[in-house]
Structure formats: structure tokens, C-alpha cells
Design a protein around this ligand. Structure first.
Ligand code: C2E
Ligand code: MG
Ligand code: MG
Ligand code: MG
Length: 284
């Protein structure tokens, strides 16, 4: 019996190995094909100014629309794309697409809101990010001051000299930078000092429990004060409730982003949302 179990167990294990190995190869070639077939799409999540209540920006978030119609979230394919380097062409596509979308908005009568794009540390190791961004700006004719690049700790932990040089060159053209998931890293204070940062994005893990966790509330207050002392703007991500909005406003947070104001949405929906808001303000 034990022996039989063992054999069956092994067979099941071997079959699993086989499936997962195959799944990995398929996923990799799928990703390649997805690029060629243009199966990626960007969804845009509004960023709201707490002082005016108006949409002042949008973060571009990638999704993968598979042939069967399934929408795959970035957490499910970006880690693999970072492993196999496909993140480089994928994020180049993201930059070009986001910039040309944003460049079209004023032509549709919208105010010139900001567009935020996430970068990956792998890009900095493999290509000249400065050139990639400049190319996307040039191709789209987007005003560089409307582009914000979101950096994470994995980027800021790398060979500081190269990264800082590339970011500074972009900053000179008017591009702005935010530190994403701020507060979750190891040496956040050093980043703020060494990199040309314009905005801190409070990680949503601190926003989640704002009402019940005194430590989270203290951390949020500390990040806002730190940011303002250094002349940086502060935005909170993952804002889902009116209570969180009220708390963040009372603490002096500049901007908010989260399901409370809008889920990531297709470009036409964002355009519609901003347009309605603009009309309301004009007729008020
Ligand atoms: P992130 O940059 O921190 O983006 C915020 C994530 O939180 C998004 O998940 C967004 O949909 C989600 N979110 C927004 N508001 C709320 C809320 O109120 N509640 C909750 N529970 N979640 C909220 P998403 O779209 O799945 O993206 C996950 C991560 O994937 C992003 O985290 C970012 O690190 C990465 N990512 C997305 N698009 C790109 C891209 O084009 N390039 C790169 N390199 N990374 C990307
Ligand atoms: Mg982000
Ligand atoms: Mg974030
Ligand atoms: Mg986060």
C-alpha cells in the first residue's frame, strides 16, 4: 500500500512538474506573441487633488487581454517578463501607448492632466531608460511635464550613479518622478535624498487600516510630514472609503488614488469621466 501510494505520489508529482514546466514555456512564448499581436492594453486610474476634488492625473496600469477574452493582471505575468527580459519591450510599449493617449486628451478638450507610468528595475539594467523615455515623448509629442515616472525600491537600490544620471537628464526636460509603494522599503530616506524625486506615493498597506491601526496612522502622518518638509507632494494609493479620504485630507495629504474615486478603466471611460467633471466645473 505504502509502496503503491509512493509510486502514485511520484507519478502525480512528475505529472505536475511536467504541466508547470509546460505552462512556463507556453507563458513565455505567449508573452512574445502577445507583444506581436498587440494583446496588451492599458487601464487608467484617476488621481484626485484633495484640495479641489478634481482629477489631476491618471496612472497607466497594464493588462493582458488573452485571445479567449480573459483579462490577466500584471501580477500574473510581469514577474515572468522581468525574469526573461520581455519587460523591456513590454514597458517600451507601455510608455509609447501611455504618452500618445495622454497627448490626445487636450485635443479632445480635456485639461492637460498628468500621466503616470511604472518603470521596472530590469529596464535600467538592460537599456538606456533616458533614451526610451525621450523617444516615447518625441513620438507622441507629449509635453514632458505631463509625464510622471513611478520608481520602486528595486530601481533605487541599483547602481545609483547610472540611475541618477538617467533620471536627472529626464528631470531637466520636465519629467517628474514619484516613489511608489513608499514606506515598504528599507532605506526610503536615502532615496529621497539621492534621487530627483517630486512625489511620494504612500503604500496602500498603510491606508488599508488607517482607522483601526494607530501605527499605520502614525506612519501615514510621518510620510506626509517628511514629504512636505522636503518640498515633495504626497499621494496616497489604495483609497477605498470616505473615511480614509477624510483622514488623509485632515492630515494634509495632497492627492489620492483608489477604488473610491475610480477603478483602473479603459481610456474612453477616463476621457468621459474627466470631460463630465470639466463640464460640471465650467457650468458651475
Ligand atoms: P502599483 O503601481 O502600486 O499600482 C497600484 C495597484 O493597486 C494596481 O494594481 C491597482 O489596480 C491597485 N489598486 C488601485 N486602487 C486600489 C484600491 O483602492 N484598493 C486595492 N485593493 N487595490 C487598488 P494592478 O493594476 O494589478 O498592478 C499591480 C502592480 O503591477 C502595480 O502596482 C505595478 O507595480 C505593476 N505594474 C502595473 N502596470 C505596470 C507597467 O506598465 N509596468 C511595470 N513595470 N509595472 C506595472
Ligand atoms: Mg504604481
Ligand atoms: Mg503603488
Ligand atoms: Mg502598492
Amino acid at each position: 500500500r505504502a509502496k503503491a501510494d509512493g509510486r502514485d505520489g511520484f507519478r502525480a508529482f512528475a505529472a505536475d512538474m511536467d504541466t508547470s514546466a509546460r505552462a512556463i514555456t507556453v507563458l513565455e512564448s505567449d508573452l512574445r506573441r502577445a507583444l506581436v499581436r498587440n494583446e496588451f492594453e492599458l487601464h487608467y486610474q484617476p488621481q484626485v487633488d484633495l484640495a479641489t476634488g478634481r482629477i489631476v492625473g491618471a496612472e497607466a496600469l497594464i493588462r493582458w487581454r488573452r485571445e479567449n477574452g480573459d483579462l490577466v493582471s500584471p501580477g500574473e505575468f510581469l514577474p515572468r517578463a522581468e525574469e526573461n527580459g520581455l519587460i523591456v519591450p513590454i514597458n517600451e510599449w507601455v510608455l509609447r501607448e501611455a504618452c500618445s493617449q495622454a497627448a490626445s486628451w487636450p485635443k479632445l478638450g480635456l485639461p492637460p492632466i498628468r500621466i503616470a507610468v511604472n518603470l521596472s528595475g530590469v529596464q535600467f539594467r538592460k537599456v538606456d531608460v533616458r533614451q526610451v523615455v525621450l523617444d516615447a515623448l518625441e513620438a507622441s509629442e507629449l509635453d514632458p511635464t505631463r509625464l510622471e515616472l513611478e520608481l520602486t525600491e528595486t530601481i533605487l537600490l541599483q547602481d545609483t550613479g547610472t540611475v541618477v544620471g538617467q533620471l536627472k537628464a529626464l528631470q531637466e526636460r520636465g519629467v517628474t518622478f514619484s516613489i511608489d509603494d513608499f514606506g515598504t522599503g528599507y532605506s526610503s530616506l536615502a532615496y529621497v535624498k539621492n534621487f530627483p524625486v517630486d512625489r511620494l506615493k504612500i503604500d496602500r498597506s498603510f491606508v488599508d487600516n488607517l482607522k483601526n491601526d494607530a501605527n499605520d496612522a502614525a506612519i501615514v502622518r510621518a510620510i506626509i510630514n517628511l514629504g512636505h518638509s522636503l518640498d515633495l507632494e504626497v499621494i496616497a494609493e489604495g483609497v477605498e472609503t470616505a473615511a480614509q479620504v477624510a483622514h488623509l485630507r485632515a492630515e494634509g495629504c495632497d492627492e489620492v488614488q483608489g477604488f473610491y474615486f475610480g477603478r483602473p478603466m479603459r481610456a474612453p471611460d477616463l476621457v468621459e469621466l474627466v470631460r463630465r467633471e470639466t463640464l460640471l466645473v465650467r457650468t458651475a
